[in-house]
Design a protein around this ligand. Structure first.
Ligand code: NAD
Length: 247
């Protein structure tokens, strides 16, 4: 299937590795011009070469001005914007009682406000595109909170509610807004957590394995496609059946 992504202009954030990189790689493979952003200049330059992206900028998305600079650089490089894939690192882990008040501010800026700032800056360009797409990478935790990552649970739920509200407001402009909610995908983050013990990482997942980031990348590319123009305000789970609820 031709997804109609050739020569579309995409910004993917937190894309030097992991899930962001997988989304950027899938879009680039479909012929999109992809601008990538994360904090590490050397790793970004390497990823740009490896996936055939069109440009990059090292920026901290948790700092006010960072997301805005990312959009500005992407628009300058690409001449406009059709697709925004919002991703960032996870906020500090912890339970309610072990999470100090100032960590809430970190989670707020990194997880919620980075998505808000990116969408605000990108919207004029996406509306002009006539086929704009926003895809937020969230987590299975928006439907089933995960113990010991309180801030992620709280602020990703806020991103989901924000995205749903925004999706209705921008639908008349042909802009769709959706979320990808991964369970356990095999990235460095998960490798750091489980080492080589993929059996432990796969426990409780009906599919019997962790997810491949490329599976999430392919879903992202489809949500950005022409064919997905009527899908908006949705959260798509990628969890091998781990979520046991019906929604
Ligand atoms: P990863 O550690 O492999 O990659 C994280 C990326 O984010 C890197 O490119 C890093 O440079 C970038 N980044 C982190 N903080 C940043 C900042 N402040 N500014 C700019 N860039 C920043 O992680 P991943 O596994 O790909 O996860 C991506 C996101 O998805 C995270 O928020 C994670 O919590 C969430 N998530 C991951 C999984 C999973 O199974 N991998 C599951 C659910 C949710």
């Amino acid at each position: 299937m031709d997804l109609g992504l050739r020569d579309t202009r995409a910004l993917v954030t937190a894309a030097s590795k992991g899930l962001g990189r997988a989304c950027a790689a899938a879009l680039a493979a479909e012929g999109a011009c992809v601008f990538i952003v994360s904090r590490d200049e050397a790793r970004l330059a390497r990823t740009e070469r490896e996936i055939g992206a069109t440009g990059h900028l090292a920026v901290d998305l948790a700092r006010p001005g960072g997301p805005e600079a990312a959009v500005e650089a992407a628009v300058r490089e690409l001449g406009g914007l059709d697709i925004l894939v919002c991703n960032a690192g996870g906020p500090p882990p912890g339970t309610f009682e072990s999470t100090p008040l100032d960590a809430w501010e970190i989670g707020y800026q990194l997880t919620l406000m980075s998505a808000v700032r990116l969408a605000r800056s990108a919207l004029p360009h996406l509306k002009r595109s006539g086929r704009g797409r926003i895809v937020n990478i969230t987590s299975i935790s928006v439907r089933q909170p995960i113990p010991n990552i309180l801030l992620s649970n709280a602020f990703r739920a806020a991103v989901t509610a924000m995205a749903k509200t925004l999706s209705g407001e921008v639908a008349p402009y042909g802009v769709t807004v959706n979320n990808l909610a991964p369970g356990t995908m095999l990235t460095d983050r998960v490798r750091d957590l489980y080492g080589d013990d993929l059996e432990a990482a796969s426990r409780g997942i009906p599919a019997g394995r962790v997810g491949d980031p490329a599976e999430l990348g392919a879903t992202c590319a489809f949500l950005c496609s022409v064919q997905a123009g009527y899908i908006t305000g949705q959260t798509i789970g990628l969890d091998g059946g781990a979520l046991l609820g019906v929604h």
